[in-house]
Design a protein around this ligand. Structure first.
Ligand code: NAI
Length: 270
């Protein structure tokens, strides 16, 4: 279903790797809603992923950028404005990676070089993206910036490892930069705290398959899918949410406010 909610709006979408990526689904949905955008990802992901297919489907250009490189981001912002013919209305940050998780290091046995790299990619990159946009005065008034996060920022999920700390930092950056972007440029900044979702990044978390089923049984509405997340993001990029800013918005079928569900109780009964 399409409502033309993003007709005439221009943006940048980070993080579409393959058809499972939340950013991939979001790009398709934004396209269906009339928005145009530049796709970006790390140069190495370009080789592994299938982003060309998405670009073709949505009539978009691709500008590679490592989200930890200020130089790459400044270049991306300049090129995006050239390609799209003006300032930007929406930006999606859908980037996450923990080197400790990838290398099988437990939270109590972090290698700090790995920690620093993962934090740079997953959390500081959000500040870097916004600083590049801010300094270039690249955002239109009433524009909207969204990053994706997870509830491990508030509550402990042991296997989420150092990504929990990265997400806490990411959410804080949304509030802090949201103040300045709101005051100076009338731009809103929010994070969406999404249900566990079967993507490349999601499946990197130990015990993911059991955990996604547990979350589904704990959520009165069931887990929010990648497509649900795409739909929600479209509302945040639309003019219908102009005064929502500096928020961490739970998009999880009710998981975050559920103590226990009947299904979970039943699984313990004798
Ligand atoms: P994904 O693996 O499809 O996307 C992660 C993206 O980050 C990839 O496209 C990857 O190439 C990109 N990336 C990694 N390093 C980069 C760098 N240096 N520069 C630029 N891009 C880089 O997985 P997914 O799940 O779609 O992830 C998107 C966001 O959603 C992440 O922030 C993730 O933490 C968040 N999220 C995911 C959940 C899940 O269960 N899958 C739940 C809640 C939040």
């Amino acid at each position: 279903m399409s409502f033309n909610l993003l007709k005439g709006k221009k943006g940048i979408i980070f993080g579409a790797l393959d058809a499972n990526s939340i950013a991939w689904k979001t790009a398709e949905t934004i396209h269906a809603e009339g928005g145009t955008f530049v796709l970006t990802n790390a140069p190495i992901a370009m080789r592994m992923g299938q982003i060309d297919e998405l670009a073709k489907k949505t009539g978009s250009k691709i500008v590679p950028a490592d989200a930890t490189s200020v130089e790459d981001l400044d270049n991306l912002v300049t090129q995006a404005m050239e390609i799209l013919g003006g300032k930007i209305d929406f930006v999606l940050h859908a980037i996450g990676m923990s080197v400790n998780v990838r290398k099988g290091r437990d939270y109590t046995d972090e290698k700090y070089d790995f920690t620093t790299k993962g934090w740079d990619v997953s959390a500081l990159s959000f500040h870097k993206v916004m600083q590049s946009l801010y300094k270039a005065d690249a955002m239109n008034e009433w524009g909207s910036i969204v990053a994706l996060t997870y509830m491990a920022a508030q509550r402990t999920f042991p296997d989420y490892n150092d990504m929990a700390d990265n997400k806490a930092y990411l959410e804080s950056v949304a509030r802090s930069f949201g103040y300045f972007f709101g005051k100076e440029k009338k731009v809103r900044v929010n994070t969406i705290s999404q249900s566990p979702t079967a993507t490349t990044a999601g499946q990197g978390v130990k015990g993911f398959n059991s955990f996604i089923s547990y979350a589904d049984k704990m959520s009165p509405l069931g887990n929010a899918t990648a497509q649900d997340c795409a739909d929600y993001t479209v509302t945040l990029f639309s003019d219908l949410t102009k005064k929502v800013t500096m928020q961490n918005l739970f998009h999880d079928g009710g998981f975050s406010n559920t103590g226990v569900s009947q299904e979970i109780i039943d699984s313990f009964s004798d």
